[in-house]
Structure formats: C-alpha cells, structure tokens
Ligand binder design. Sequence first.
Ligand code: F6R
Length: 240
Amino acid sequence: MKIKIVDDYEEMSRQGAQIVIDQLIKKPSSVLGLATGSTPVGLYKNLVEAYARGEITFSSVRTVNLDEYIGIRNDNPNSYHAFMQKYLFGKVDIKSENVNIPSGTPANAEIFCKLYNLTLNNLPRDIQILGLGSNGHIGFNEPGTPFKERTHVVRLAQSTINDNARFFSSPEEVPQSAITMGISDIMQAKKIILMASGENKARAVKDMVKGYVTEYCPATSLRNHPDCIVILDRAAAKYI
Ligand code: F6R
C-alpha cells in the first residue's frame, strides 16, 4: 500500500485523476472500476476536463461500478446510475453498452449478483477507484463482511445510513440495503486508487493503514493488494 498525503481535496482529486488519465492514454480500451459518493466527484471533474481538452477518450472504455442502492429506480436522482450520468457518463463519449452498474430494482437479487460476477469475470479491471466509509467500508462491504465474498446484497450499517442521509431529504428515505461488489472482486483489480478526504475519515484511515488486517475493517484487505495507492488529504491523514 503506497500512501500519498496531499494538501486538500482538489489536489487529491487531481492526482487520482492523473493516474486514470495516464492509464487511458496508455490503453484507451481500459476497464475502470468506479465508485460514487462525494469522494470521486473531483476526480471525475478532472477526467471530464481532460476529455474536453482532447487528451483522453472514453469511446472504448468499459466500466463496472461498485454498488447501487436496492429499491430506487435508475432515474431516481439519488441512484448511483443518476450519479454516474451526472458527474461522468453524461459528459464524455462513453458508450452506454460499455457501462455496468448493479441494478437497484433487480427482479431476483441473488440471480442478479451471480450475473454481475460473470460480468466482472469478463472485465478484468485495470484500475479500481474507491472511497472509504467512515466505518472502514469499501464498496458497501460493511464491517464483518468476509474478504472472500463476491457481489452480494448487503444490509447497510446504521452509520452508513447516517453518513449518506445528507443526500436524501430525511434519513428514513435512505435505502436500507444495496448490491455491492465483494472484497474479493475489488482485490482482482490490477491497480487500486483509494482516496479519502476530511477529518471524518481520519479514524478509518488510521485503522486501514495501521490496524490489524481484519474483516471488521474491510479496507484493511487492501494492505494485501500488490498495487494499491492511497491518496489522502491532510485532514484524513490526521492520525497516521
Ligand atoms: C460508493 C461506495 C462507498 C463510498 C464511501 C464513501 O460507491 O462504494 O464505499 O466510497 O461510502 O462515501 P463518500 O465519498 O460520500 O464519503
């Protein structure tokens, strides 16, 4: 695990994006594993700007997203489908058939997860982008999730519901469950970029880099990855 500490969110986003930009220049048909939430918004902004300057194209990029809430439709503004459209897909030349995001309304969630695993098997990721939950989750793999787990349905931890309530009009509206790629899926990516900013991530960052490798802090699994870059702003790096 390589750790970079930078001044602020903007620099974190710029450096994270530069790794992706270099990858897309080197291999335009790269497979990207993507995250949602506040953390990668700045990275996506940098990618959109690089695309607008003509430095990169997404015309042959394929993507797989980490997760989606269960029970909200793709066109719900709080869905991760809508998030990706708003911050990245709607602003670049990616082909819709090259985009994969778990369904928020699967007819049969168990079967859906199995099919998503087949998609992941067929799309080895060159880079996986991750944020970090304040409870140490990656994707929606909440504390206690076995490292060997693949795509599965998860009941969200109360702390995750509380953290994500800021996007909804009330905490009661936050879905209670989600579909997430598993930790073993995340670990399959050739390169992982985890970004974290802000003091509310500082404890989880400390556990991730200094604590025991344990399923009770899912992000500690990344210490076993051969090419994981962690980019932190000063506030998130407060306790390391
Ligand atoms: C999102 C995801 C989550 C978030 C994490 C941090 O696709 O998988 O693990 O990365 O909850 O969220 P933010 O960035 O909003 O602090």
